[in-house]
Ligand binder design. Structure first.
Ligand SMILES: Cc1cc2nc3c(=O)[nH]c(=O)nc-3n(C[C@H](O)[C@H](O)[C@H](O)COP(=O)(O)O)c2cc1C
Length: 190
C-alpha cells in the first residue's frame, strides 16, 4: 500500500472482532516500531505485547476508574459515557513505555527533556500505519494512569507508559474523521 494512502486511510477503531492477530503480522508491526527515528538513536522504548485476558481485564478496570477521575475533574458528560469494551475485545494491546533517562541533549534545555516520549510516539505511529497496511485496526489509547498500569503489569520502575495501542480486526469501518484545511495549519516563512 502506498504510504500516502496508508496515512490517509488509517482510522481509530473502538470495537473489534473476536479474531486473533496473525503472528507474522504482529511481528511486522513491532518491526515497524523498531525502525522509528529516535533521539540520538537511543531507541528509548520497550513494547509490551499483552494478549493475556486477565491482564487486559485489569487494565480495563483501571482505565474505568481513571475515566471516573477525569469525569469528576472535568464534568464532561461524554467521558462518563465512554465504553472501554475494546480493551478486552481486541486480541492484543501493545503497551509502549519509554525511559526518561534516554532523552538526549534536550534534557539540558529549560522546559525540555521529552525526547524519549517523542521517540516513543514515532514508534507508535509507525505501528499504527503498519497495522493499517496489514489490514488491521488500531486505537491510540491514553486514558490510563501510568502508576496503575505499571503496577498491573509489573513494569520496571524507571519506565514511563507513553501509550497503548489497541490492536485487532475491527468490527466495521469507522466514519471518516475530518481534518482542518491545510491553510489553517501551514504558515510559510519565506
Ligand atoms: C496522543 C493521542 C492520544 C489519544 N488517546 C485516545 C484515547 O485515549 N481514547 C480514544 O478513544 N482515542 C484516542 N486517540 C485517538 C483520537 O481520538 C483520534 O486519532 C482522532 O479523533 C482522529 O480520528 P482518526 O484517528 O480516526 O483519524 C488519541 C490520539 C492521539 C494522537
Amino acid at each position: 500500500m502506498d504510504v500516502f494512502q496508508t496515512i490517509k486511510e488509517r482510522r481509530s477503531y473502538r470495537s473489534y472482532l473476536d479474531q486473533p492477530v496473525e503472528e507474522e503480522k504482529l511481528q511486522a508491526i513491532l518491526e515497524a516500531g523498531r525502525w522509528a527515528p529516535s533521539v540520538m538513536n537511543l531507541q528509548p522504548w520497550k513494547f509490551f505485547v499483552v494478549k493475556n485476558s486477565d491482564v487486559k481485564a485489569k487494565l480495563k478496570a483501571a482505565s474505568q476508574e481513571t475515566l471516573q477521575t477525569i469525569y469528576e475533574a472535568s464534568g464532561w458528560k461524554w467521558v462518563s459515557k465512554i465504553s472501554l469494551e475494546f480493551m478486552t475485545e481486541a486480541p492484543v494491546i501493545i503497551v509502549v513505555a519509554g525511559d526518561p533517562q534516554k532523552t538526549g541533549a534536550d534534557q539540558f534545555l529549560p522546559g525540555r527533556g521529552q525526547g524519549y516520549a517523542y521517540s516513543c510516539c514515532a514508534a507508535v505511529q509507525n505501528m499504527h500505519l503498519a497495522a493499517h497496511a496489514s489490514g488491521l485496526g488500531t486505537l491510540w489509547f491514553t486514558l490510563y494512569e501510568t502508576g496503575k498500569v505499571k503496577e498491573i503489569m509489573n513494569l520496571p520502575a524507571e519506565l514511563d507508559v507513553v501509550s497503548m495501542i489497541i490492536l485487532g480486526y475491527p468490527v466495521q469501518p469507522e466514519a471518516s474523521m475530518k481534518r482542518k484545511p491545510l491553510e489553517e495549519m501551514v504558515m510559510m516563512i519565506e
